[in-house]
Design a protein around this ligand. Structure first.
Ligand SMILES: Cc1cc2nc3c(=O)[nH]c(=O)nc-3n(C[C@H](O)[C@H](O)[C@H](O)COP(=O)(O)OP(=O)(O)OC[C@H]3O[C@@H](n4cnc5c(N)ncnc54)[C@H](O)[C@@H]3O)c2cc1C
Ligand code: FES
Length: 251
C-alpha cells in the first residue's frame, strides 16, 4: 500500500447523484486487485479520507464510481480534469480468483467493485436497481466484460420487476457457476449468501462500514465473524459469507 498523487483524467456525472472519476494511476492500477479500495483525500478541509472501491484498472487508469451523499463526496464533484488527488491504496484484501465462471450480484453502488471483478474474471452479472436510469449506465459499463447480464428494477421501469434476489434462483439454476460474489445493501447480501449456500456455492461478500484510518489502526470498522472480531478495512472488505452471516442463521 502506498500514497499516490494522481492526475484526474475525468470526473463526470453518469446518473442521478453518481459520478465516474478516472485517474491516471499506472502503478496503482498494476498492483490493485478486484474488491480492493482506496482512501481518497478530498482536500485539506477534510481530515479523514473517504473510502471508495476500485471499479476498473484497465489501461493504467483507475476508475471509481461514487454517489454524492455528504460533504466529502460533494466536494469531490468540484474536482476538474488536470487536478491532482492524493490516493492511498490499494487497501483491503479483494476477491479470490475463482476456479470457473462467477456470478456477480450487486445493488446500487455495490456494483462498483464488482465491475473490477467482471474485468478480471470470467463472469455473468445480476444487476439490481430502483429505476431504469439507475441500472442503464451499469449495464453499459458491464456489457464489454460479462457473458450475460440479468437485470431487475424495483419499479419495473426496465427489465424484470422486483429485486435481484427474486431473480437469483432462476439464474443459479440455469448455469453451473463456481462461486457467487456480491456487494450492495446488507439485506440483499444476506439473501444472496443464503441462496448461494443452499446451492453449495462458495459466496464472498464485500462489506461497507464507516471508516476512519482505513489501515487497521482505529477499530472503527470492526464486525463480528465466526473467526472473532475483524476489521473491514484490513481483514476485508471481502469476506467469506459463511463467516460473516454464520452458517445456519443466514436470512
Ligand atoms: C470499503 C468501502 C468501499 C466503498 N466504495 C464506495 C464506492 O465505490 N462508491 C461509493 O459511492 N461509495 C463507496 N463507499 C461509501 C463511501 O465511502 C461513503 O459514501 C463516503 O465516505 C461518504 O462521504 P461523505 O463525506 O460524502 O459523507 P458524510 O456522511 O459527510 O461522511 C462523514 C464521514 O463518514 C464516513 N462515511 C460516511 N458514509 C460511509 C460509508 N458508507 N462507508 C464508510 N464511511 C462512510 C466518511 O468517510 C466520512 O468520514 C465505500 C465505503 C467503504 C467502507
Ligand atoms: S478504519 Fe480504522 S481500523 Fe478500520
Amino acid at each position: 500500500m502506498k500514497n499516490f498523487n494522481v492526475r484526474i483524467l475525468s470526473n463526470e456525472p453518469v446518473a442521478d447523484d453518481v459520478f465516474r472519476l478516472t485517474l491516471e494511476a499506472p502503478e496503482l492500477a498494476k498492483t490493485a486487485r478486484a474488491g480492493q479500495f482506496v482512501q481518497v483525500k478530498v482536500s485539506d478541509e477534510f481530515t479523514l479520507r473517504r473510502p471508495l472501491g476500485i471499479a476498473s484498472t484497465a489501461g493504467g487508469r483507475v476508475k471509481i464510481f461514487y454517489r454524492v451523499v455528504g460533504r466529502g463526496t460533494e466536494a469531490l464533484t468540484k474536482k476538474i480534469v488536470g487536478d491532482w488527488l492524493s490516493v492511498l491504496g490499494a487497501l483491503g484484501n479483494g476477491f479470490d480468483n475463482p476456479s470457473g465462471k462467477v456470478l456477480l450480484v450487486g445493488g446500487g453502488m455495490g456494483l462498483a467493485p464488482l465491475l473490477c471483478a467482471a474485468e478480471n474474471f470470467l463472469a455473468d452479472v445480476l444487476i439490481g436497481g430502483r429505476t431504469k436510469a439507475e441500472v442503464l449506465f451499469w449495464q453499459n459499463e458491464f456489457a464489454p466484460h460479462v457473458e450475460k447480464f440479468f437485470i431487475t428494477t424495483d419499479d419495473g421501469s426496465y427489465a424484470k420487476k422486483g429485486f435481484a434476489i427474486d431473480l437469483l434462483p432462476e439464474v443459479l439454476s440455469a448455469e453451473n457457476y463456481s462461486a457467487v460474489y456480491t456487494c450492495g445493501p446488507e439485506v440483499m447480501m444476506r439473501g444472496v449468501a443464503k441462496l448461494a449456500m443452499n446451492n453449495n456455492l462458495p459466496c464472498q461478500v464485500s462489506f461497507e462500514k464507516r471508516m476512519a484510518c482505513g489501515l487497521g489502526a482505529c477499530l472503527s470498522c470492526s464486525i463480528d465473524t465466526t473467526d472473532g472480531r475483524k476489521k473491514v478495512c484490513k481483514d476485508g472488505p471481502v469476506f467469506d459469507a459463511a463467516k460473516v452471516f454464520g452458517g445456519d442463521d443466514v436470512g
